[in-house]
Design a protein around this ligand. Structure first.
Ligand code: AMP
Length: 492
């Protein structure tokens, strides 16, 4: 469906992407896509192979993702803004056939253990080309992997969520319908490709012949610059961000945009923020979903800030709430939210144990993903989000397994044992690492060691996963059963 949409838009001379002061038409974009496909072919990549995307934010990135989708090559995002050690680990774990980089796009080169395909920049190559080039469209099974998204893993390494073409198509078509998108859609794309909600931002506008405005690597994280872009391009009408980012935008004094379709998700929305956003946009969508169910599984319009709910399953998705015995709960009761439908992931990349634990088949014969989210059933297809039942957290919109940080800390000589907690309220929440001291060798001061710890963690963990504070303890407090007693850990 994507290729037909792009072809149609290409024959109408429409603009596909704005990037800085460049505008790239659909026909030009398709030329670039076909060139990337040729490179994939020359490198011998087949449907089902995995390729790492180590590209800065530019039209080349969009053309490359489209080329992978059309060729059936599974893409694995490797955002160059993440630490090199983590990207290398993901590349090794995913057993990539190749990594795609671009000439002079500014990404620092990394010594990956697989061949590198180096592309020219779309902006440079399309100007010399004219006329539509045929796309290479092999017949793909719906089960062919479209992408693998690596997210924080509790054992100390990122885990890969495998998403098929069927899952991606189910999600995109349901989301386009839910949002009522058409070729007037002009979407400001700010999310990193390492976070799966970017899939909606990139592909949904292209599916309807709309227009993407791509924020560059500096702009996309800066609420002042994003607010300025919304003003500079009057026709921009859609923006998706986490509650943290929307709050940052409001804190810059951003007063809103007439006609704006605002999407919020990735973390719980609170009434105060909902009210502020409703006053600054035409329509506000509260979007809920885990990476394992392909981006969002529910998208509901926020009509009142009085009670914030998640709900309204997308077409192709179904939800249920199960108690501790795995039985559906009655209205008004709490339990674990589970998701079924065509958009579920096939499971975790080469982690059958984890897949078996999180993806279950119930006696109705359907496969469900156990989200780990506790919700209360308020009405049919409408839920109140309560919190998590495990140690997965969200900080500034980022999904973090505290166990991953703890495992990294335990690998260090100075650390015998470690526990990490999220402490504080709202925007002041920080990660605190509690450390049981190991062999340290020479004399040290806690401050020096804090810097050493940060330095030791930084090749493997992105900045948002590195604790802000460390507390040194002779031993971590334990419960009667010998587990770390997290309730007793408090830095304040
Ligand atoms: P991710 O896989 O990074 O998209 O994270 C998925 C998790 O984020 C969910 O399981 C929830 O815990 C949380 N989440 C996502 N969207 C919402 C929302 N609208 N309200 C509350 N929590 C959310």
């Amino acid at each position: 469906m994507l290729e037909a949409a792009l072809m149609e838009a290409a024959t109408s001379g429409l603009i596909a992407i704005d990037f800085g002061d460049q505008s790239i038409r659909y026909d030009q974009l398709l030329v670039a896509v076909s060139q990337v496909q040729q490179r994939l072919n020359q490198a011998g990549l087949q449907p089902g192979d995995r390729v790492g995307i180590h590209l800065m934010r530019s039209p080349t990135l969009i053309a490359t993702l489209l080329a992978c989708v059309f060729s059936g090559v599974a893409f694995v995002p490797l955002d160059p803004l993440f630490p090199a050690g983590r990207l290398r680990e993901i590349a090794d774990e995913a057993k990539l056939s190749a990594v795609i980089e671009a000439n002079s796009d500014g990404a620092a080169p990394i010594a990956f253990d697989c061949p590198v395909i180096t592309l020219g920049l779309v902006e440079e190559c399309v100007v010399n080309e004219s006329g539509l080039k045929p796309l290479h469209l092999p017949l793909l099974s719906p089960q062919t992997t479209a992408y693998i998204m690596f997210t924080s893993g509790s054992t100390g390494k990122p885990k890969g969520v495998v998403i098929s073409h069927q899952a991606m198509a189910t999600f995109l078509s349901a989301a386009v319908t839910r949002l009522n998108l058409d070729d007037k859609c002009h979407w400001l794309l700010i999310t990193t490709i390492a976070f799966d909600i970017s899939i909606l931002e990139i592909f949904a506008p292209l599916l309807v012949g709309g227009r993407l405005c791509l924020a560059n690597s500096e702009e996309h994280k800066d609420p002042h610059l994003v607010a300025a872009m919304l003003t500079r391009h009057p026709s921009l009408n859609t923006l998706q961000a986490t509650p943290t980012f929307w709050r940052m935008m409001i804190n810059t004094g951003w007063s809103g945009k007439t006609g704006l379709r605002a999407l919020i998700g990735g973390e719980a929305l609170d009434a105060g923020l909902a009210e502020q956003l409703m006053a600054r946009s035409r329509i506000l969508w509260n979007c809920y979903g885990p990476t394992e169910a392909t981006v969002w599984s529910m998208m509901s319009e926020v009509k009142t800030a009085h009670q914030i709910t998640i709900g309204s399953s997308l077409v192709g998705y179904a939800h249920c709430v199960l108690d501790d015995e795995g039985q559906p709960v009655d209205l008004g009761h709490e339990g674990e939210l589970c998701i079924s439908g065509n958009a579920l992931s096939d499971g975790y990349w080469q982690r059958d144990d984890l897949t078996a634990r999180q993806f279950i088949t119930r006696n109705d014969g359907r496969r469900y993903y156990r989200t780990g989210d506790i919700v209360r059933r308020l009405a049919d297809d409408c839920y109140q989000y309560i919190g998590r039942q495990d140690s997965q957290i969200k900080l500034r919109g980022y999904r973090i397994e505290l166990g991953e940080i703890e495992a990294r800390l335990r690998e260090l000589d100075t650390v015998l044992d470690a526990a990490v907690k999220l402490e504080g309220e709202g925007e002041n929440r920080i990660l605190v690492g509690y450390i049981e001291q190991g062999e340290c060798g020479t004399a040290y001061t806690p401050e020096m060691t804090r810097l050493q710890l940060r330095k030791a963690l930084s090749p493997h963990l992105p900045g948002y996963m590195i604790p802000t504070r460390f507390v040194w303890l002779a031993s971590l407090p334990k419960t009667a059963s010998g587990k770390v007693d997290r309730k007793q850990l408090t830095a304040s």
